[in-house]
Design a protein around this ligand. Structure first.
Ligand code: F58
Length: 825
């Protein structure tokens, strides 16, 4: 079809934005996609029909952008991530298209409620936490800024588990997000790649006399693409998220079938599909599981071959300019096998000489590190790698051999340094260090907050920094204000727009304009009314999902994030116990009533994290039922913290708890989402807290605790938590009460191990920070009682949070790392 005719068609069909057109197309989709008429349609039918109606409008823009990118042969970012924690699509797409009002009106005319249909969506939970959510924010910002980008990842059939709380314990339930189909994705059965696993390699001399290596695999699995459009806010374009699903190459082994082995015949199919079956629900621990390695290689191989395919489609483009076409960002080390895989593709399949292949590879990749915890740095045992990816191990050895030769030339005789930068850890069981592979194979390396980057340079990646200081930079994380402010907090956004005019959401620095209203009592009163209404909404949610009654006039003090010892939810628990004891002892104590709200999932195999959840719930049960205290103190654990729930929580918080042991949290992004919604932070000098405090002003941030340096020196001096316990009666009383079984029907064993660990080791320094934390909370309470002071703090937090927009972060990546420019469609 001629291009013009095709464009004209697109203008008139399925894309109209008026109420009438939306209503007509919605009814059309209900009939022709769902095969229903309104009287018998289920809520899900209605949701699907609406989703397809919105999707059509997205696809229009998406196809146009794809055409334009192709015409301009635009340099493209490829964001490789094992996780994309997108959150629900419908609301976000309505917002980005700017048609929420029209859609609401269209549904109203049909007697339907948009809110009810929004609630129908199962969110795609294809990520664990911050890292996966960051990938989603960055995709959204790239689309908003018209930066050509493809996100590559895995289409897990089961995402992060759903969390239920039974008798205070976390119970994991399978996440069946695909149960009713996924209207936002487009299957691409013609975009497939067969991925090899196992087997062995053979050297041979080809017809032209070249020595080559051939990989004879034990098995092959097919990867098939599913595409999801990621639309930019009020943008004319959209980007592509391409997720791979694993399939069997032959869905049926006919030989096995013919000899009567029916089950054997489907076995291979099941084994193949296992690869994209389930997201590993671990957070900050790397466990050397074969299936996880297979997942990583699977998506890396499909993605790189897809990039090559796209690049070679452009007339006149050869493989030698691959690195000019793409900037490939490795989101942590999960896609770091890319370095070896691209070398394999270039050398073994495209027959480039090693040196040229290495030049291309090294100019393609950029690596973001997200952790300082040693246990989270991925290392694959050599025998496992050899079994699953024999050719890649050879390539890794060759890269290492050449790399270490260079290092030896620069630092003759420095064996400590050689051992530290080697891709192979030979200190115990031999393993391949994926962070080292990522560093050696990348032209840029970055941390995700200023302190984190400094600590990488000084400790974790010190010897790489000494080799190539120019490759290191900091890119402080950011979050998208569209989802976490506009969608989550529409009332506050309306007030901001009324005050500053529209446009601030893509120019977040303009929020500074709120500063001049921060002390205006009229403005403050409106600000507080909005916070109160958000708190009432959360209170309703908590009543319904946790059965706990809350009063919206109390302080809502919130900690939501993955449950981990380094994040120290149990420090907060200790503090709550100490407050409980004080209130019991002194019923007349002047004390602004407060509720401590928690939420977050624990990795199913992380014993201590699950105990922490149980402890919080046990404390909640006792405190909430105790008439002596429950008119001033309550505790609530919100089950199943996820993107959808987070959108109700962030806008309702007065206080944001960011209390990790200094030097442990790479950045944090929840800290930004809270402050963006006017919560005041109580936090340590860790991760991005430091920069948030710098921005909002130290008088608008409650700081406590040891610095990262102090943590280090305390430990070097021989930190003895038991001494702190002996010296601090409040801490001692709180610990003793928990140890006595007071919160769990007298069972002294339940928290015995946790208490023992704290008394004797306390690796995350809870005891060392306890007193400062408790004192800081006193300040919080006093500040809250001064309504005007508190309101001003809250307003100034929002006014000065602009730099934590993911738009700022993406601009920095584009200018300083990727060298990619927007393409206006
Ligand atoms: C997080 N990492 C950091 N990892 O902990 C957090 O400080 C930072 O703000 C965020 O990344 C974004 O940079 C994180 O979320 C994971 O979830 C991994 C998933 C796969 C297994 C290992 C942990």
């Amino acid at each position: 079809m001629a291009k013009q005719a095709s464009a004209r068609l697109a203008d008139t069909v399925r894309t109209g934005l008026s109420v009438g057109e939306i209503k007509r197309d919605f009814l059309d989709n209900l009939r022709y996609i769902q095969a229903r008429f309104p009287e018998v349609a289920s809520s899900n039918d209605l949701y699907q029909a609406l989703a397809y109606t919105v999707r059509d409008r997205l696809l229009e823009r998406w196809v146009r952008a794809a055409q334009r990118y192709r015409e301009t042969a635009a340099r493209t970012v490829c964001y490789l991530s094992a996780e994309f924690l997108l959150g629900p699509h419908l609301g976000a797409n309505l917002l980005s298209l700017g048609i929420s009002g029209e859609v609401r009106a269209a549904l109203d005319e049909l007697g339907l409620s948009l809110d009810r249909l929004l609630a129908e969506e199962e969110e795609p939970g294809l990520g664990n936490g911050g890292l996966g959510r960051l990938a989603a924010c960055y995709m959204e910002s790239m689309a908003t800024l018209a930066v050509p980008a493809i996100g590559y990842g895995i289409r897990y059939e089961f995402g992060i588990f759903d969390q239920a709380i039974c008798d205070g314990w976390q119970v994991e339930l399978t996440d069946k997000w695909l149960r009713y189909g996924n209207p936002w994705e487009i299957p691409r059965p013609t975009i497939t790649f067969d991925v090899k696993f196992g087997g062995h390699t053979e050297g041979f001399v080809d017809d032209e006399g070249r020595y080559r290596v051939r990989w004879i695999p034990e098995r092959e699995v097919r990867g098939m693409a599913y595409d999801t459009p990621i639309h930019g806010y009020r943008a004319a374009s959209a980007n592509l998220l391409r997720l791979w699903t694993a399939q069997a190459i032959e869905s049926f082994d006919f030989q096995a079938f013919n000899v009567g082995d029916y089950y054997g015949a489907v076995d291979a199919k099941i084994r193949s599909e296992t690869i994209s079956k389930v997201l590993y629900p671990n957070d900050e621990t790397a466990l050397g599981k074969r299936l996880r390695l297979a997942q990583q290689y699977f998506f890396v191989s499909c993605s790189l071959r897809d990039m090559i395919r796209i690049h070679l489609q452009v007339p006149g483009k050869g493989i030698d300019s691959f690195h000019e076409k793409y900037a490939v960002q490795l989101n942590d080390t999960h896609p770091a096998l890319s370095v070896a895989e691209l070398m394999r593709l270039l050398v073994d399949e495209h027959l480039l000489p090693w040196e040229q292949a290495w030049e291309i590879t090294r100019n393609t990749f950029c690596y973001t590190n997200h952790t300082l915890l040693p246990e989270a740095l991925e290392c694959w045992p050599l025998p496992l790698l050899k079994q699953v990816l024999p050719r890649h191990l050879e390539i890794i050895f060759e890269i290492n051999h050449r790399f270490l030769n260079d290092v030896r030339m620069r630092y003759p005789g420095d064996e400590r340094r050689i051992a530290s930068v080697s891709l192979i850890d030979e200190s115990g069981e031999k393993t391949v260090r994926m962070a080292n592979l990522a560093c050696v194979g990348s032209r840029a390396i970055n941390g995700v907050a200023a302190l984190h980057t400094e600590l990488l340079k000084a400790h974790v990646l010190k010897d790489f920094h000494a080799l190539w200081p120019e490759r290191f930079s900091n890119k402080t994380n950011g979050v998208t204000p569209r989802r976490f402010l506009q969608l989550a907090n529409p009332e506050l956004c309306a007030l901001i727009s009324e005050t500053l005019g529209e446009g601030w959401v893509t120019h977040m620095e303009r929020l500074r304009g709120l500063e001049q209203h921060a002390s205006d009592t009229g403005f403050q009163a409106r600000w507080r009314a909005i916070k109160r209404s958000n708190k009432a909404r959360l209170a309703d949610y908590i009543r319904e999902h946790a059965g706990i009654e809350l009063d919206s006039d109390w302080i809502f003090d919130v900690q939501v994030k993955r449950i981990h010892e380094y994040k120290r939810q149990h420090l907060s628990a200790l503090h709550i116990v100490s407050l409980y004891q004080r209130l019991k002892q002194d019923p007349r104590l002047e004390f602004p009533p407060r509720v401590f709200i928690f939420g977050g999932k624990a990795a199913p195999g992380y014993f201590m994290a699950k105990r922490i959840i149980k402890l919080i719930n046990d404390i909640a049960t006792v405190v909430n039922a105790d008439k002596d205290v429950n008119q001033r103190l309550r505790v609530a654990f919100v089950p199943n913290f996820c993107v959808k729930v987070s959108e109700i929580i962030y806008p309702a918080a007065d206080v944001s708890e960011q209390i990790s042991t200094a030097g442990k949290e790479a950045s944090g992004t929840g800290n930004m989402k809270f402050a963006m919604n006017g919560a005041v932070t109580i936090g340590t000098l860790d991760g991005a807290n430091i920069e948030i405090r710098d921005q909002v002003g130290e008088e608008n941030f409650f700081l406590f605790g040891l610095t990262a340096d102090a943590v280090r020196t305390e430990k070097e001096k021989g930190y003895r938590p038991r001494d702190v316990y002996d010296a601090n009666p409040t801490l001692k009383a709180a610990i003793d009460l928990i140890a006595s079984g007071h919160f769990c029907g007298g069972d002294r064993a339940l928290y015995g191990g946790m208490i023992e660990g704290l008394m004797n080791h306390d690796p995350y320094m809870l005891f060392a920070d306890f007193e400062a934390y408790a004192r800081c909370h006193e300040d919080v309470g006093r500040a809250y009682l001064d309504t005007q002071r508190w309101s001003k703090m809250s307003i100034l937090n929002v006014a000065r949070i602009g730099m934590f927009s993911s738009d700022r972060a993406i601009r920095e990546y584009c200018d300083e790392i990727w060298r990619v420019r927007p393409v206006i469609v």
